[in-house]
Ligand binder design. Structure first.
Ligand code: SF4
Length: 472
């Protein structure tokens, strides 16, 4: 769904894996994927290994639409992996749903990937003579095909393939005997290991998924590490020389669930701290602080606490917009924000508002939000953004417009304020963002703010995203 419609960047994907032979692993996976649903709503899939076989069920749609009781009953096994997808590469069609599968020796490998590879042309060329054709258009199938060609254990095969992959990847892979999880050398996408009190192990994109299935976090999969989960522990290979850690900073700003823990603190706490920094850096005279739900809410609370201006719930969000395959008609699309938000007039009328949101992509949505609040009677609308201006496209798994479409790449803050009709507009500075995260800046990828890409991006790919014409 285009962000002209819903105004936001899209989550990439979510992955999870579980080994627990005494438990119903497909049911655990179903609930883990439920907790990761915010990371992708286009397709969902689960693979289990059962008595020497790998079985997969995947389809377009939400986790609850793809699986029902009979399908979970039929997915029996000792280990499972799962995936929810938003298409960053490859169209939204069945063949691109994950886990993808590939024949490997006398069995099969199933694989789910969160991230984006930047050397897919080279990998496709390497696979061109492969007897099994590539059927999907996503880069996850390329990883599966490369793993399928390697002999030995799944862990050894993964370790042999990892040096060929350039880009961001947090991956789960399952064969009839092994479940392996691995992460790129910079750890751009999150991946955390959990345990059921030592009796079964699991991995997931976010700790919220571990909470959901009753597992406790052990530690993150390290950058460049491949682990094989076992009933009572895990084996580890440092397959790649670990690079500088570069977790995507947008996980903290917007993508991850507020109840997940990243880099040792909850995302909710990080967002609240961003709001407090924003209040100190860019104060405003106002009557109420309002967060655009849900991702703007913790930052708005932080802004209110630091500024002393009361926090108010003034906008109600329809949480199910964007989760339907029914597209709105032209008029509804044009003002998509009304499908998503409804203002509480009795709270807003006559008030000067500070409105906190996490980011501005094209600016269209912000303009619609400001207009909506003014129509509801707001006297002033001071937009405060809990991240720096988004100026550079992402090549590591976030669906982001090309550079020309990012409004801050070609407009000053004052120009954006004028375009959106806001009384004032201010963004959180990079240093303030770092203070809020409590970690040194070199722990994060911040390329969409700075243009400093930590993992090489081929010139041809770069050119495409920088020169394609602006879409209407
Ligand atoms: S470019 Fe931005 S969105 Fe992409 S990985 Fe880096 S910080 Fe995250």
């Amino acid at each position: 769904m285009s962000d002209v419609f819903d105004g936001h960047l899209h989550e990439e994907c979510g992955v999870a894996g579980v080994v627990a032979s005494g438990r119903d692993v497909s049911r655990l996976m179903f609930f883990a994927l439920h907790a990761l649903q915010h990371r992708g709503q286009e397709s969902a899939g689960i693979a289990v290994n059962d008595d020497g076989h790998v079985m997969v069920q995947r389809d377009l749609g939400l986790v609850s639409a793809v699986f029902d009781e009979p399908s979970l009953q039929s997915l029996r096994g000792a280990a499972a992996i799962g995936h929810v997808r938003y298409s960053t590469t490859g169209a939204n069609r069945w063949a691109n749903a994950q886990p993808v599968t590939r024949n490997r020796g006398d069995g099969m490998v199933a694989l789910g990937h969160n991230g984006n590879l930047t050397n897919t042309d080279a990998l496709r060329a390497e696979l061109s003579g492969d007897p099994e054709p590539l059927v999907a258009t996503n880069d996850s199938e390329l990883i599966a095909a490369l793993v399928a060609r390697e002999p030995g254990s799944l862990l050894d095969a993964v370790a042999a393939v990892m040096p060929k992959l350039v880009g961001a990847f947090s991956v789960v892979a399952l064969s009839h005997r092994e479940l392996v999880a691995f992460r790129d050398a910079n750890g751009v996408r999150p991946l955390v290991i959990g345990t059921f009190d030592g009796d079964g192990y699991c991995v997931a994109s976010e700790t919220a998924a571990l909470d959901q299935i009753g597992a406790t976090p052990v530690r993150d999969v390290r950058p460049g590490e491949a682990i094989r989960l076992r009933e009572n522990g895990f084996d580890s290979i440092q397959a790649l020389e670990p690079g500088e850690p570069r977790l995507c900073v947008f996980e903290s700003i917007y993508f991850a669930r507020p109840d997940s823990v990243l880099e040792g603190s909850t995302v909710w706490g990080q967002r609240r701290a961003m709001g407090a920094e924003l209040a100190r850096e860019h104060p405003a005279e106002a009557d109420l602080v309002v967060g655009l739900p849900d991702s703007g809410t913790p930052a708005a609370i932080g802004f209110a606490e630091a500024s002393g201006i009361p926090y108010a719930e003034a906008v109600v969000r329809n949480r199910y917009v964007g989760r339907s395959f029914i597209q709105p008609d032209q008029d509804l699309r044009r003002n998509g924000v009304k499908l998503k938000f409804n203002p509480l007039r009795e709270v807003i009328a006559g008030k000067r508002l500070v409105v906190v949101d996490d980011s501005i992509v094209r600016g269209t949505t912000t303009g619609q939000v400001v207009a909506m609040l003014r129509e509801a009677g707001a006297r002033e609308v001071h937009m405060r953004i809990s991240s720096p201006p988004l100026r550079w496209p992402c090549f590591y798994g976030i669906d982001m417009p090309n550079r020309h479409e990012l409004v801050a790449s070609s407009h000053s803050v004052e120009e954006i304020a004028a375009m959106t009709g806001a009384t004032s507009l201010a963004y959180l500075g990079l240093d303030a963002l770092q203070r809020a995260l409590g970690q040194p800046s070199d722990r994060f990828c911040r390329a969409c703010f700075t243009g400093e890409y930590p993992i090489p991006v081929p010139d041809s790919t770069m050119k495409l995203r920088f020169e394609s014409p602006v879409r209407a």
